[in-house]
Design a protein. Structure first.
Length: 332
C-alpha cells in the first residue's frame, strides 16, 4: 500500500529487528509516551509455556501498558502465519477503537509482512497432510525431506534452506493436502495489507553488540529458571517437531536435562545458534520492505535503555500520528 493510499487510515507503528536488539524496551517506552498498545509479532513469544526462554515481557511490564498476543497459544498449537494475522488484525482494530496506537513488536519477519503487505490465501491442507509432514520430518530429517520436496515441487524447495525443517514440513503438507505447491499458492491473489498507515522502525545493531547482548541475556535466563521451564515443557510429552520444541535454547537445554551434555555446553550451543539466527534475521529485514510507505527509520544500534532514543524518534512519530484519520478505516 503506497503512502498516498494510506493517507486516510489510522496509524500503526512497527518495531522490528533481530533477537536481543532491544525491540521490547523500545516498544515499552514508545507505548508509554504515545498511549500505545503493544501487539506481539514474535512467533515464540506467542506461546505461554516459555516466558523466560523466549524473553517475553515481564508481568510488571505487561501491567505498565497493554500487551496483546503474548503467551496466548498452547505449546501444541502449530501457530501459522495466517492465524496470527487474523489475531493481529483484531488486536490492532481493538486498540484503535480504544483510542490507542497499535505497536507491533517482534522479530518474525513473515508475521510482520503478512500484516503490512498482505498474505497469500492458502487452503487448510487438513490434519492428514500435517500428520504426514510431521512424520516424514521426524523419520527422514529436514535434508532428506527437502530432497523429496525438490523432486515434486522444485520451485518451492529452491527457496528453502535444507536445514529449515519447519518450513520444509509446511511446504510438504501444502503440497500433500492441496496438490499444489506453496510457491504457486503464494503467487495467487493475496489477502490485502492491514488498513493502516504504518511507521516502521528497524533496529540493526552491530554484530559484536548483539552477540554480547545474547550472551548476557542467556545467562540471565538461566538464573531466572530457564532449565526448569524446559524440564516442564519436556514433561508434556509433546511432538518434537512442534515449533515451540525448536525454540532457541530448548533443544540444547533439553539435552542438559536428559544428561546428554553439560549446562555449560548447552549454553554455548544455544548462544551460538541464536547468534546465527540473528544474522539471518538481519539479512531478511534488509531485503524486505516492512512498511510500504515513506515512514521508515533504521536505528543502527542496540536499544538498551529505550529512553536514550526517545528524543531521536518521538518528534517524527508525533508528526506522523497527528495526520488526519478517516474513522471509517478503523477496522472491525
Amino acid at each position: 500500500m503506497a503512502a498516498a493510499e494510506q493517507a486516510g487510515n489510522p496509524p500503526c507503528v512497527i518495531i522490528a529487528g533481530p533477537t536481543a536488539s532491544g525491540k521490547s524496551a523500545l516498544a515499552l517506552g514508545l507505548a508509554g509516551a504515545l498511549g500505545g498498545t503493544i501487539i506481539n509479532a514474535d512467533a515464540m513469544q506467542s506461546y505461554r509455556d516459555l516466558r523466560i526462554l523466549t524473553a517475553r515481557p515481564t508481568a510488571a511490564e505487561e501491567q505498565e501498558v497493554p500487551h496483546l498476543l503474548y503467551g496466548y497459544r498452547a505449546a501444541a498449537d502449530l501457530g501459522t502465519v495466517a492465524s496470527w494475522r487474523v489475531d493481529a488484525l483484531a488486536a490492532a482494530a481493538a486498540a484503535t477503537r480504544g483510542g490507542r496506537v497499535p505497536i507491533l513488536c517482534g522479530g518474525t519477519g513473515m508475521y510482520l509482512t503478512a500484516f503490512t503487505a498482505g498474505l497469500a490465501e492458502i487452503p487448510d491442507p487438513g490434519p492428514g497432510a500435517r500428520a504426514e509432514a510431521r512424520s516424514l520430518l521426524a523419520d527422514m530429517g529436514p535434508a532428506a525431506l527437502h530432497a523429496r520436496l525438490a523432486a515434486r515441487d522444485p520451485d518451492t524447495a529452491a527457496r528453502l534452506r535444507p536445514s529449515d525443517g519447519q518450513r520444509i514440513a509446511r511446504a510438504w503438507e501444502i503440497l500433500a493436502g492441496t496438490g499444489t505447491g506453496l510457491t504457486v499458492w503464494q503467487a495467487r491473489p493475496a489477502l490485502p495489507p492491514a488498513p493502516y498507515r504504518m511507521f516502521a522502525i528497524l533496529l540493526d545493531p552491530p554484530r559484536p553488540a548483539l552477540r554480547a547482548a545474547i550472551e548476557a541475556r542467556f545467562e540471565t535466563m538461566l538464573a531466572q529458571g530457564a532449565v526448569e521451564e524446559v524440564r516442564a515443557l519436556l514433561g508434556q510429552g509433546l511432538d518434537p517437531a512442534l515449533p515451540l520444541m525448536r525454540a532457541h535454547g530448548v533443544p540444547e537445554l533439553a539435552g542438559c536435562v536428559r544428561g546428554d551434555i553439560s549446562l555449560v555446553e548447552a549454553a554455548r550451543r544455544a548462544i551460538t545458534e541464536t547468534a546465527a539466527y540473528t544474522k539471518r534475521q538481519a539479512t531478511w529485514f534488509r531485503h524486505h520492505n516492512l512498511a510500504p510507505s515513506t515512514y521508515a527509520r533504521t536505528i543502527s544500534a542496540r536499544i538498551g535503555e529505550s529512553e536514550q532514543y526517545m528524543e531521536y524518534i518521538l518528534p517524527d512519530l508525533r508528526n506522523f500520528l497527528q495526520r488526519p484519520v478517516d474513522a471509517s478505516q478503523h477496522g472491525a
